[in-house]
Design a protein around this ligand. Sequence first.
Ligand SMILES: [Fe+2]
Length: 437
Amino acid sequence: MKDLYDNEVSTKSDKTIDAINRFTTSLVGYGTDFGVIFEASDEDPDCAIAATLSGILGLFLETPDRLEIADTYFNRALTAAPAATEREQLLVEAMWSSRQGDLEKSLGCFRKLAKLYPNDLLSAKMGQTHYFNLGDDEGMLWLADQVMEAHQGTAFAHGMRAFGLEQTSQLEKAEEEARLATQMQRAEPWAHHAAAHVMVTQGRHEEGIQWMRDLSNEWDYCNSFMYTHNWWHLALFHLEREEFDEALRIYDTHVWGRDKTYSQDQINAISLLWRMEMAGADVGGRWEDVANFVADRSFVLDQPFLDMQYVFALARGGKTLELNNLLAGMEMMEMDAPKMTRAVWEHVATPASHAFVAFANEDYARAEELLLPAREKMQSIGGSHAQRDLFEQVWIHSLIRQNKMKEALKILEARVAFRKAPALDLHLYQQVKAAAA
Ligand SMILES: [Fe+2]
């Protein structure tokens, strides 16, 4: 049978196809209709794709039994694979290699899938997520480029390409793709997001507010990552304009509260509170609630980019026991992580995390010392340029708070020159310039 993008699927069940289609649309469109895949796979255990997607859903869960659930379905997929098509076998192999920590092999499979089966948008999206977590922007764009010819009429594909273009600093082309995707289909939240990245990078904050606010009614159906992240971007524009009250209002109504147990909700909250405090805003008692939820996490030590921010929330919220456990776990990742990311944990994530603890404790000299070698390799922890800018701001404030004004000024000068209307940076630049004189 065939799925919604005309990919062959080894099944005889309409129900399986329906579940695969709903899962695919939810994945590329940031929806919520994933759960149907479990039942479909249970009723059709010979379908390798349904089993693999169920394994992926297992990995998305953040419950203590997530790996157990994922492995049940991945094992089912491995059993079904010999009778499956080449495309299906490649997706099984891509996900199973990833699960086993062989990221090189997994990425090889995703590249092959994109090249040989460009109709398979879901695999390209999964591959992009892998590249995103490794900070490999070129890889992310390459995957999107392979599937574009087959998906000229698919708004989600244009959104995927738009973000790849933005992350590789092709800002004008990125905005064009993002606007095209949004014209094709207004409910394309990833395209809204890609354009927001372009606008924040160029310092077009007023335009960013209009763009995102106009489209914000399209995010209500999104999963909690996309919902809170797009609102986070809108709050960021207000923060950049030093409209702290509005940024905090968005935090309270849209960024923090959708699913407080979920990693990405927590990251958006931490990142916003941290930036606001550095900008001089009073965030009141908001850290406490975030730190409580971070302290309750059982699922950590997966992405360095996430753990580095959990660390700050725990430090800022006074959760010493949980903080020390997380830091000890991060040190173990120097040996336990997939081979491809061990150096990232050792040389970037762990020292930077200790720097953030020092920053929380107002020991800015120590923060600077620990952050110095990590700073140059920050891209390797994954996340987007806009997200990682948080760590650059920590660096700048570590300098300022030690009165190293000339060093801070040099960085701020470049930031102000690059952006159109950088109110926050400009204000900081003027303060530091006056102090340095
Ligand atoms: Fe983003």
